[in-house]
Every structure is written in structure tokens, then in C-alpha cells.
Ligand binder design. Sequence first.
Ligand code: PHE
Length: 474
Amino acid sequence: MAEDRGQFSSKLGFILAAAGSAVGLGNMVAFPVMASKNGGAAFLLVYLVFIVLLCYPVMMSEIAMGRRTQRNPVGAFTEIAGGNSLWRWAGKLAILTPFMIAVFYLVITVWLVVYLGQLVTGHLDYLATDVAFDEVVSSPSLFVYLLLLMALIFVILLGGVKGGIERLARVLMPSLVVMLLALMTFVLTLDNALAGVRYYLIPDFSKLNGSVINSALSHAFFSLSLGMGILITYGSYFSKRDNIASATRLVAVADTGIAFFAGMLIIPAIFVFDPGTNTEDLSTSSVSLIFSFLPKIFVLMQATFGYVGASVFATLFFTLVFFAALTSLVSIIEIPIAYLIDEWGFSRKKAVTFQAAALLLLVTPATMSLGMSESLTAFTNYAGVSKSVFDVISDVFYETILPFGGFLVCMFCAYRWKFSGLSEELAQGDENYRGSFLEKYINFSLGTVIPVILFLVFLNTVALKYFAYNLFGV
Ligand code: PHE
């Protein structure tokens, strides 16, 4: 079976592919904005504590579930549970979630493609106008770009795990790191960059409150591609001979490192090109930051580097974000594909075609819900806010469901699989695992503190997001 499903060729291949999934719009865009708005280094600290104490054990558990069963999330939950049980539904949720995330992620990535097209044809000045973003997202020509992008993604996915996903990650991930570090170094040498660094890194603990802590946790899950079956599926392609704990550590470090460096690029850049930056202006929405705000900043570079120089810089930046988004998208769509191959007996080709059609069906209304169609734009409202189809999907599947998915994984591993099974899998390829501090920590926390925190955060998000009610009052 392992042959049919494909396997990463090495531990490095796995790490690059998992990091390719983890590093995406969440790192390049959402993290820097969140960190700078929520107390700079203070937020970073909370985020790091969550990653180390809470996310790391959940990541390892997901990978172990996948590797033990060599199956997709539904197969993994069912097999370990010993047959058809309610746990199968936890697996189904871990198929539905990435599928729905793929819908809104695709919509945003198409905008990136349009922006790249505009930049290389010399239209940076247009992108910097106030109307550009609204015009781009409501233009029917988006569908042409959407089809092109989907064709690219599905060709990659046809190549399977080794030929498609791993090969893509092997090229794009190192390029991304090099480009990111080069751009960051360049920005840090410019005047006034230090003001940005200061703003980003000086801790302001007064900004921390309950909702900041909620979003730090949900974002940590999103950023690590956790709580939605991705790591279960990738774990199923991970060799039995390799060490899960160390591979996981590297993925987490790479993801957090890139988020951190993206912050060191974006925030100082904003201060360099607009020294009068009012930090309250850093928009609340991560998406609108790169699309409406950054082109304005790049345009300011003209004074120093000329129009062409500014356009080159902007193109490089958007290419970087596009690479990150592409590797993430491929990983998200692989989950339902692995499910169709394993559980429905589809060939890879048939599964890929089926997925493409299903996605197109949902991406179309989501794309049209940003101005193109009125009824899809003002689709519904809750907690006193009008929501489009796009907003609903992103609220439910990005902001709400992931901690719940993590909660299910913890409960499952702790109480159904039991620690003996989990430990046995984690000890494979890792002779130091048995008796280690890590094993003791996981066995203590995975069935107690971690699921409690995840569940509380989930409940509070539901209360806040859909009923405008803060359970904990802070
Ligand atoms: N982790 C990716 C990011 O930070 C997004 C992602 C979410 C990828 C879910 C896969 C699954 O942008």
C-alpha cells in the first residue's frame, strides 16, 4: 500500500513539504500584523509558549496517527479506533476543514496572481490607488486567473507526493528563505528601519488580553497547519525509520522563524517608506494589508529607487508571498485527494479531477462574494456584522474550528489510542523517546491541560464571533 500512496524520499523531503504547508499567507502577512498590533515581543512570547507547550505535542500526535495507519484522517481515526465508530466523524471533519480552507485560500491566491500580473506589466501605480483592491476583487476576469492557477495546482498534485509536492517544496522553500532574508537585510539597512524594529520587538504587556490570547492560539494552529488532518496525511507519507520528534521540531522552528523574519521585513519596511506611519492604521485585516496598504508603500520607494526599482521590489515581495501560498494550497488540497484515493478507491488522476470540479463549484460563489454579486456579498449577518460567503467560510474554518480539531486529536490519542500506542509509534525511529522528558510531558498534558485550553478557546471564539459575547470577560 505504501508504494501506491507514495512516500517522501527522506526526512528532509518531509520537513520541506511540511514546512511548505506551514509557511503561507499566515506567516508572510497575518503574523507580522498580529504581532505588531498586539504588543510586539509580548505577543511573540505568548505565541512561542503556545507553540512549544501546546502545539508541538499535538503536531507529533497527528504525525504519529498518520504514520501508524498509513492512511488519510478518516482512515486513521477509524483504524486506530478499531472500526466504524463516532471517531470517524472527527476524521471527516479533518477532510472538510482543509477543503473549505482551500476555498478561501484559493480566492486570495488568485488576487496575488492578478497583482503579480499588474506588477510585471508596470502597473504598480495603479495598485497603489484607493480603488485598485475593490476593482481587482470584483472583476470577472478573476475567473481566467483562477482557472490558470487551478491548472497549475492540479498538475502539481497529479505528480503525487514525491514527484509533485516534495519536488515543489524542494525548490520553493529554499528560494523563499533566501529571498526573504535578502529582502529583509536590504530593508534593515535603510533609514528609519530601526523605528520599525523597535515597534515590532519592544514588548508591551499592557496589550495582552483574553482575545489576544485566543487569536495567538488559533493563529498558531493555522500557521502550523494543525488541527485539520494535514499532518495526519503527511505523517502517512513519513518513513518509519525517521524521528518524528526532531522532524516536527524543525518544521515548527522553520514556520515560526519565517513568521518572525517576515515581521522583520514588513514592519520596518512600512516605517522606512512612510516614517509618519500611524500604527493604528495597520489594518485589522491581514488580507487587506498586503493588497491595499503595501503597494502604497512600494510606490513611496520611487523617490529612492525609481519606478522600475520600486516595481522590482514589489514584484519580488509578491512572488515570495505567492510561493508561500502555493505550497500551502497544494498541501491543503492533498488531504481530500488522499481521502478519495484511500477510502473511495479512486486513482490519483480521478481523485484530482473530482477535487478540481468540487472546488470550482465552491470557489465560484466565494470569488463572486466580494462585490461581484450583491446577494453573495451581503450573504448573511451575525453578531451585528454583515458577512459575505467568503467571510462565513473563513470565520468558520479558519478562525473557529481549528482548536476544536486539535481538541479532538488530543482526546482521541489520550483516551482512545491510549498513551501506550502513541508512545510506541513515537519511539519508532527515535531510540531516545522512551523515558524522555518529552514522553512524560506528552503523557501528562495531552489528555489534561492541552485539551482543556483548546476547548475553552474554541468556546470563547464561538461566543465572541457569532454572538458577540465574551465568556471570560477580558
Ligand atoms: N499554514 C498556512 C499558513 O500559515 C496555511 C494553511 C492552513 C496551510 C491550513 C494548510 C492548511 O498560511
